[in-house]
Design a protein around this ligand. Structure first.
Ligand code: MSP
Length: 672
């Protein structure tokens, strides 16, 4: 029996049309499900719409529609969007489905019978946007931190779920399972929330105030609080309690959400599940999900996406403009899973041109063109490299390097698998692009065009072309979860059977995907380059100035907000910082702020640097001093002197002070 994987997205409120944020989460879930299928798992992926509650009732009323008619329309928009983004959920749940309603009522009854629900009077700060009572701790200046609105103080009799009976055990579970909520920053956030102490959860609304909800099975005057109703979709979509899907997939459940709905998923939901376990006399572990995967927020050009700012990004418009597959790739590659990201079309075009057109597109057409030119499009036989008597590979240079290359790729595929399994999609794609770039380099170092000129080197050429064709097949498999259509297209052109479940194993082991003799078709242009000038001109013409902003302006914007922008460790790792010793320092004629330094950075030759420190240090003071330099900064000419790097200094109201190591270090030592 193969292993299983069950992934869910939040079910989206039907008070707004789908936008970039909804598309991102759902594409990530689709990618995770596809990846697990590729890795041999039986995967199930569920999404849906959340249709009850105040917010929906109000939105429907604003349009003069009955809530259900309104919900039907918006839910339909979500449902029809997914196939257009190459997203293929196995189940789409609506909270107005009769099946879901039945399950919610059955869960409520069980929890009530187990004495985990009680009736009491309560007064609290209710936020309509959040659809919940906010605690005093959560209010910022008396307002909801997410919606900026003043909550309404409400006092009424309601039903409460004994959430606090489970929070201690939840803390223990989280501590014992550090991967329960990931990435780690969100686990810490939840532990801090639990440390602060919580109250029991109000799970009903009197019908006198709200009728658009699921009636409580034990009191017809009340409807169910929308979060208690919505979270249960994760069970109702598996036909809880008796459906085979529930038995098979619930033990493999993983949820995917953004940080905005951490509390309901990390606190309400697991405590509800623990109560259900108690009601059924089962251990809590039987009912808890495996992982809660939490991602950050997409902002747009550094601002929060919102209707009022008029910057809501519509996924279908982008897919129409750049292609669905490029859109999916961009989202997964650009966002560091767990952190916020800023969306801009410029960044999308940049990645498209660099990664898809240049790296992947070029490699594909270049290898296939050579295969056609030199071997009529037929994948050559490379087994000629095996010595018939010994059964060993002939120790000749190209085949040795081909084998070395294959084993490196197989290792990279393991890394890719690890990153995908831990939801680090940007890193997994970066591994694939390392393979693509290394394959492009392989072409350059082996020069098939030179081999083709010499008939005596025909078998060498066979081996090189065999290797390159296999690599294209491997790459197609690895990109399939993110770009399924492109990957299948590549496979078809290569003459390979389609990409199928379980195929990842072949890329990670010494199995070649393409048999010798496979006939390749003529390659189409995979990702034709986008002419940025044309796009900008078109956008300017359409009056979309924001989209057509010149690059410098975007860079400046980034600088002004750089203080609160977070970067990944990889981004920081691109900056090479080194210790250097100042050998000589002198003033530069006509520049009263600059000094020209000659430094020993542990390299064969001293480096020349220009530093703006002349008003704070005399040249003599610097001689012999150790400094920290940025060693991989592009050289720049200042007052006729080329500076090969930059000296780090602390700058404040008290002036400027050069940064030095606290004890003498060998020149060239890395600073991390
Ligand atoms: N209905 C609740 C969820 C109930 S789940 C049992 C809800 N719906 S929502 O329509 O507001 O969707 C919130 C989710 O949409 C986020 O958690 C995230 O998955 C996605 N996103 C909405 N805006 C987003 C961004 N700007 N950026 C990234 N994802 C965001 O909450």
């Amino acid at each position: 029996m193969s292993e299983r994987f069950y992934i869910t997205t939040p079910i989206y409120y039907v008070n707004a049309e789908p936008h970039l944020g909804h598309a991102y989460t759902t594409i990530v879930a689709d990618v995770a499900a596809r990846f697990h299928r590729l890795a041999g798992y039986e995967a199930r992926f569920q999404t849906g719409t959340d249709e009850h509650g105040d917010k929906i009732a109000q939105a429907a009323a604003a349009q003069g529609l009955a809530p259900k008619a309104y919900a039907d329309r918006i839910s339909g928009l979500f449902r029809s969007l997914w196939p257009q983004l190459n997203v293929a959920p196995d189940r789409f749940v609506r909270t107005t489905d009769p099946g879901h309603i039945k399950v919610v009522q059955a869960v409520l009854q069980k929890v009530y019978d187990a004495d985990d629900i009680y009736f009491a009077k309560y007064g609290g700060h209710y936020c309509v946007g959040c659809e919940r009572f906010l605690t005093e701790h959560e209010l910022v200046g008396g307002c909801c931190p997410d919606h900026g609105t003043t909550p309404i103080f409400q006092e009424e009799e309601n039903y409460f779920f004994r959430m606090t009976a489970y929070t201690g055990r939840l803390q223990e579970h989280i501590r014992a399972h550090p991967e329960f909520i990931r990435p780690e920053r969100y686990q810490n956030e939840v532990l801090a929330m639990l440390d602060q102490g919580l109250e029991d959860l109000c799970i009903s609304r009197p019908k006198s105030r709200l009728i658009w909800g699921i009636e409580l099975p034990f009191d017809a005057d009340y409807v169910t609080y929308v979060w208690f109703d919505a979270l249960i979709n994760y069970l109702s979509g598996l036909d809880w309690p008796d459906g085979p899907a529930f038995r098979e997939f619930w033990p493999a459940a993983q949820h995917l959400i953004a940080k905005d709905i951490l509390k309901p998923h990390a606190v309400f939901w697991p405590t509800m599940l623990m109560s259900l376990a108690k009601a059924e006399g089962r251990p809590a572990e039987d009912y808890l999900y495996q992982h809660l995967n939490v991602h950050g927020y997409w902002n747009v050009d550094q601002a929060k996406m919102s209707k009022s700012l008029g910057n809501v990004v519509r996924p279908l418009e982008l897919a129409a403009k750049y292609g669905v597959e490029a859109f999916r790739y961009f989202l997964l590659r650009e966002m560091t899973f767990g952190l916020d990201s800023s969306f801009s079309e410029e960044a999308l075009i940049e990645r498209y041109n660099a990664d898809l057109a240049n790296d992947l597109g070029n490699l594909f057409s270049r290898v296939l063109n050579m295969l056609h030119k030199y071997r009529g499009g037929v994948v050559p036989e490379a087994e000629a490299a095996v010595n018939k008597e010994s059964g060993q590979y002939e120790p000749n240079a190209p085949w040795e390097t081909c084998l070395g290359f294959f084993s490196w790729v197989w290792q990279q595929a393991h890394l890719y698998q690890q990153e995908m399994e831990s939801f680090q999609f940007h890193r997994a794609l970066s591994v694939v692009w390392d393979i693509i770039r290394a394959t492009n380099k392989f072409v350059v170092t082996h020069e098939p065009w030179t081999l083709a000129k010499d008939p005596a080197r025909a078998t060498e050429l066979d081996k090189v072309l065999f290797t390159l064709s296999q690599l294209l097949a491997d790459i197609a498999v690895l990109i399939w979860p993110v770009m399924p259509e492109t990957a299948q297209g590549m496979a078809a052109v290569l003459g390979m059977r389609g990409i199928e479940p379980g195929m990842l194993e072949m890329v990670m082991s010494s199995t070649h995907l393409l048999p010798a003799g496979a006939q390749a078709a003529e390659p189409p242009a995979l990702f034709p380059r986008i002419d940025t000038a044309k796009v900008q001109a078109k956008a300017a013409k359409a009056g979309q100035k924001a989209e057509a902003r010149p690059k410098e302006a975007a860079v400046n914007d980034e600088q002004t907000s750089a203080s609160d922008e977070q970067i990944s460790i990889e981004e920081f790792g691109r900056v090479q910082l080194k210790v250097a010793t100042v050998l000589a320092a002198e003033r530069i004629d006509g520049a009263d702020r600059l000094l020209k330094l000659s430094v020993d950075a542990g390299e064969p030759q001293p480096r020349t640097l220009v530093a703006g420190v002349a008003q704070h240090y005399a040249p003599e003071e610097l001689k012999g001093r150790q400094v920290v330099i940025v060693a991989n900064l592009k050289p720049a000419k200042l007052r006729g002197v080329t500076s090969q790097g930059m000296v780090l200094a602390a700058v404040g109201e008290q002036g400027l002070c050069i940064v030095s190591p606290s004890k003498e270090m060998p020149p060239g030592s890395k600073v991390r």
